[in-house]
Ligand binder design. Structure first.
Ligand SMILES: Cc1cc2nc3c(=O)[nH]c(=O)nc-3n(C[C@H](O)[C@H](O)[C@H](O)COP(=O)(O)O)c2cc1C
Length: 299
């Protein structure tokens, strides 16, 4: 069961994927589960409110989820107070603390990564949020522009990030040409120790009766859940073929049962993240899935 992902040791390969834990109470709740690490965030420089209207939806047939939360979080002022306690709570149960950060420019990623590194055992750069809508429309999704991915990593070129901080990047699902360009950028970086594949597929859609299932963005929202598994698994397979062997992978997308964990591990993922199943089934989902996974593993 133990695994090492991007420089941190996990007693269990299952973690909560970013977006599912943002407060001290939520860290406390996860500390009581068997997750191998606790992921907090994504956090931004400023406090952000939840988008207005319907922001999370599960297809009634259980095939996929949509979300457009818009990165709600307390911002740096809140986390400056909360992260020391979050770290304490996670460490009290031998769980490393992963902090996911989301900037709106390469400089913001630098500021947020430096900030989070004070308390995090690993800093995850979320380069794939698709649910921030402003006056100019949808905010840039860094994952889809390898030049921007490179710019973010260049901002972190100070040896502090390559030696002391364990940095990973979380990406949106990429088509083959962008995936290989991105792998080239990551292979050329001394900073990145791991890749989380994947964040949600941008601009999915669903009808709830005759109204859009999600309110912001005209209903366009991050697509995840069971129907997303084959896509995210394919990202893990492709990245494992293209990335340097010392860059680890975490799979995320549609994990619902022990077999899903095994599938990601077989594809080369060291760890597996879970969000939709946690949102739908609550914290007991982690012990259920771990139990199923243990039963599948050879003794
Ligand atoms: C409600 C919700 C909120 C999310 N918020 C974030 C976030 O803040 N940062 C992030 O990197 N990913 C976020 N994600 C993406 C998930 O972490 C995960 O990568 C994706 O949903 C695929 O996993 P799943 O199929 O288990 O949901 C969110 C997903 C959901 C469903």
């Amino acid at each position: 069961m133990e695994t090492v992902f991007a420089g941190i040791s996990l007693a269990c390969p299952l973690v909560n994927a970013a977006g599912s834990c943002k407060t001290i109470e939520e860290v406390e709740q996860l500390a009581k589960t068997p997750v191998g690490a606790i992921t907090v965030g994504s956090i931004t420089m400023e406090r952000r409110e939840l988008n207005v209207g319907d922001t999370y939806w599960m297809d009634p047939e259980g095939r996929y989820s949509l979300n457009s939360l818009g990165l709600p979080n307390g911002g740096m002022p809140y986390y400056e107070k909360a992260l020391p306690r979050m770290r304490e709570l996670a460490h009290a149960t031998d769980k490393p603390l992963i902090v996911s950060v989301a900037g709106f420019s390469p400089k913001e990623y630098h500021a947020l990564a430096s900030f989070a590194a004070q308390w995090a055992d690993q800093v995850e750069l979320n380069l794939g949020c698709s649910n921030v809508w402003g006056e100019g429309g949808q905010k840039t999704i860094f994952s889809y522009e390898p030049v921007l991915v490179d710019e973010v990593l260049q901002e972190l070129k100070d040896p502090f990030f390559s030696t002391t901080v364990r940095v990973t990047v979380k990406l949106s699902p990429l088509p083959p040409n962008l995936l290989s360009q991105t792998a080239e950028v990551l292979n050329g970086s001394r900073v990145v120790r791991g890749v989380v594949a994947s964040n949600t597929w941008p601009n999915g859609f669903g009808w709830d009766g005759t109204k859009t299932a999600i309110t912001p963005g005209g209903g366009k929202a991050g697509f995840a859940g069971p129907g997303f598994k084959g896509i995210a698994l394919g990202q893990v397979v492709q990245f494992r073929e293209l990335l340097r062997s010392d860059i680890d992978l975490m799979g995320a997308g549609g994990v619902q049962c022990g077999k899903d964990v095994q599938d990601y591990r077989l594809a080369g993922a060291k760890a597996v993240g879970i969000n939709t199943a946690f949102a739908n089934r609550g914290a007991k989902v982690f012990s259920n899935i771990v139990q199923q996974y243990v039963e599948l593993c050879p003794a």
